[in-house]
Write a protein that binds this ligand. Structure first.
Ligand code: FES
Length: 102
C-alpha cells in the first residue's frame, strides 16, 4: 500500500489534533504533548461519531457524544469500553506528513 500525502508538518502543532478525510475515510491525527505524531481512525468505536467533533486536551481525546476518552499516545480507551483505536502508519518525507491506509 502506498503512502498518501496528508499535510505539511509545519501545519500541525504539538498538543493539537487535526481531522482529515482521506479517500472518504475519517482520520484523526493527534500530536500529544511530549509524544509522537499519531494517526487514528477518525470515527469513535462506540457509535461511529466523527472525532472531528471531539475535544483533544493535548493528552486525551474525548468523544463528546458519550464522553468516551482515548489516550492520544496509544489510542487506548481510558473511559468507556475496553478498546483501542485503529492506528495508521505515518511518516514525514521532506516536511510532508504521509499516511498509509490499510
Ligand atoms: S459515539 Fe463516541 S462515545 Fe459514543
Amino acid at each position: 500500500m502506498a503512502y498518501i500525502p496528508l499535510c505539511k508538518l509545519r501545519n500541525l502543532m504539538e498538543g493539537e489534533a487535526a481531522p482529515f478525510n482521506v479517500d472518504g475515510r475519517e482520520i484523526m491525527v493527534l500530536w500529544p504533548e511530549g509524544g509522537e505524531l499519531k494517526a487514528y481512525d477518525g470515527l469513535c468505536p462506540h457509535q461511529k461519531i466523527p472525532f472531528s467533533r471531539g475535544v483533544f486536551n493535548g493528552r486525551y481525546l474525548t468523544c463528546t457524544a458519550h464522553d468516551w476518552v482515548f489516550d492520544g499516545r496509544n489510542g487506548e480507551c481510558r473511559q468507556g469500553q475496553d478498546c483501542t483505536l485503529t492506528t495508521y502508519p505515518l511518516r514525514v518525507v521532506e516536511g510532508m506528513v504521509e499516511i498509509e491506509l490499510a
